[in-house]
Write a protein that binds this ligand. Structure first.
Ligand SMILES: [Zn+2]
Length: 165
């Protein structure tokens, strides 16, 4: 059950989640980050210094931010949404639409900006989306989006930074 918590206990819950994820990784012998080699690679320690703990949880540990928490849901200016991990432009503002899901949603990424991977978490098969340059987890893509692609890239605002045109 998610309940409203104060900042301190929320932070320690995040720390505990990190410890648990670390133990699971140690037991499983692999990271949850996308497999393969990427142009931008950093150690876990370097990513931790570069990212805030919530950004790290999403980008490097495939966490999902709570719906309706990202200020980027309301972002309607012209510009690009770049990777919070490596600054690669990922989505153009003209492809953003209001999906009503509570996560920033796009019908298409910028050409060759993202890659996808099968995600078997939670007993479902979903198409995971990550940055092609640093492998950072962004969100998932579903086939119930609007024209012209019919795709819905459901992206964590924490994995993005908005750069106004
Ligand atoms: Zn990236």
């Amino acid at each position: 059950m998610m309940t409203r918590r104060g900042f301190a206990s929320g932070a320690s819950a995040i720390a505990l989640a990190g410890v648990v994820a670390g133990i699971l990784r140690w037991l499983g012998g692999s990271s949850k980050a996308a497999a393969g080699t990427f142009e931008v690679t950093r150690t876990q320690e370097e990513w931790r210094k570069l990212l805030t703990p919530p950004q790290y949880a999403v980008l490097r540990d495939r966490d999902t931010e709570r719906a309706f928490t990202s200020p980027l849901n309301q972002e309607k200016r012209e510009g690009v949404f770049a990777c919070a991990g490596c600054d690669l432009p990922l989505f153009a503002s003209k492809t953003k639409f209001d999906s009503g899901t509570g996560w920033p949603s796009f019908y298409a990424p910028i050409d060759s900006a993202v890659k996808t991977d099968k995600d078997y978490a939670f007993g479902m098969v979903r198409e995971e989306v990550h940055c092609r340059r640093c492998g950072g987890h962004l969100g998932h893509v579903f086939d119930d989006g609007p024209p012209p692609t019919g795709l819905r890239y459901c992206i964590n605002g924490l994995s993005l930074k908005f750069v106004p045109a």
